[in-house]
Design a protein around this ligand. Structure first.
Ligand SMILES: Cc1ncc(COP(=O)(O)O)c(C=O)c1O
Length: 387
């Protein structure tokens, strides 16, 4: 059955705002309009809303409000952790992986080009697993290092064992930043237990607003200079009048995400399982990149589908779009292509002739939408075979 509305299966890119979140944000867009830095009652009311939001985020993550800094999103939070820790501690070496989001990879590559740091890429295997023995070798060779490795990969769904990597980093006295943008609001992070120095979140990945995020800084272990200089906002750590409604919306969205996490996880996992089973049933040559096909050991929101080599490989996203299905992916960085994925291209043994689509699921998706996406995809390939 064809769904009446267009089908959105790109929840790793962004998610629909939750109506409860909008309700929480509206007063800050209307009657509560004061500048939170003003000392009069209009300002104080808004300051109170920001501090309440900070407390909410901190308590969900089991940490102190003093360790949460609001930013303009995941990119700024990643940049702050990376650039400010390198500058503050005079670090000369960083380790990351070729599978990181550009918010991390391009930031570190820029610092390398500027001669600020030497950058090492940790080895990965064919499924994109980080080689922890190699990580230790790199750390052994170079003290004063920043390690930046993401928790959940936005394209292939691989999950990193944060405890294990954090312990390795501590053993070698390295600073550990993890880009947790894709797991925030989908997995629980207990910062009393996690051996990390920085993690981050972006509101729009868990049904909050766009353009707002946060950085957690482990105050016992690291003290960094600001990344953005200006006014005294965010306790002198991030100048600029706060995105007040964004901050309030982010906190509300995280609260809802934690409140409903188990139910949403079950629902989304069942959708992912359904897509895998149906695809296998109808296209025996289908495969899944990274760990994304391993439902219990990957980001449950992401499925990276690898389809048989065909003339339509390059047109997959376009054809899905025509069928009113929004997904993402692209070819494996073939030269001249501007839609290539650096993550897929970095995977050793990837077959560049196959077609790749990333479907990413959210709480508003339905089984009917999954069936429609599978039937559409299978139909595209059947048409191709008939030609
Ligand atoms: C893993 C990861 N890191 C960082 C970001 C950047 O977040 P933002 O768009 O909020 O700056 C994204 C967004 O796609 C992401 O998926």
């Amino acid at each position: 059955m064809t769904p009446t509305a267009a089908v959105y299966l790109d929840n790793a890119a962004t998610t629909r705002l939750d109506a409860e979140v909008l309700d929480a944000m509206l007063p800050l867009m209307t009657e509560q309009f004061g500048n939170p830095s003003s000392i009069h009652s209009h300002g104080r009311m808004v300051r109170t809303a920001i501090e309440k939001a900070r407390k909410t985020v901190a308590s969900l993550l089991n940490t102190s409000p003093a360790e949460i800094f609001f930013t303009s999103g995941g990119t700024e939070a990643d940049n702050t952790a990376i650039r400010s820790s390198i500058e503050t501690y005079g670090l000369t070496h960083a380790i990351t992986s070729p599978l990181e989001h550009h918010a991390v990879l391009h930031t570190l590559q820029h610092l390398e080009q500027q001669g600020v740091i030497q950058l090492s890429l940790v080895n990965i295997d064919a499924r994109g697993h980080i080689d922890l023995t190699h990580l230790e070798e790199l750390l052994r060779q170079s003290p004063r290092t920043l390690v930046s490795l993401m928790h959940g990969n936005n394209e292939i769904g691989n999950l990193l064992n944060l405890n294990r990597v954090g312990e390795i980093c501590r053993a070698y006295k390295a600073i550990f930043h993890s880009d947790t943008v894709q797991t925030m609001g989908h997995f629980r992070h207990d910062l009393q237990q996690l051996p990390v120095d920085f993690i981050v979140g972006a509101g729009h990945k868990f049904h909050g607003p766009k353009g707002v995020g946060f950085l957690y800084v482990n105050a016992e272990r690291v003290k960094i200079h600001p990344f953005l200089y200006g006014g005294a906002q965010e306790r002198n750590m991030r100048g600029g009048t706060e995105n007040v409604y964004g901050i309030v919306g982010l906190a509300k969205a995280l609260e809802i995400a934690y409140r409903d996490m188990d139910a949403h996880r079950n629902h989304i996992t069942s959708l992912k399982r359904r897509m895998i089973e149906r695809l296998y049933g109808k296209m025996p040559d289908v495969r899944f990149n990274g760990d994304s096909g391993d439902v219990d050991n990957s980001l449950y929101t992401v499925l990276n589908v690898s389809l048989p080599a065909s003339d339509i490989s390059d047109m997959l996203l376009f054809s899905l779009d025509i069928a009113r299905i929004s997904a993402s992916g692209g070819s494996a960085c073939s030269s001249g292509s501007n839609v290539g994925s650096h993550v897929l291209a970095a995977l050793p043994e990837l077959d560049a002739d196959r077609g790749y689509v990333r479907f990413s699921f959210g709480k508003y998706n339905t089984a009917e939408e999954i069936d429609y996406a599978v039937d559409t995809l299978v139909g595209l390939y059947q048409k191709e075979l008939v030609k």
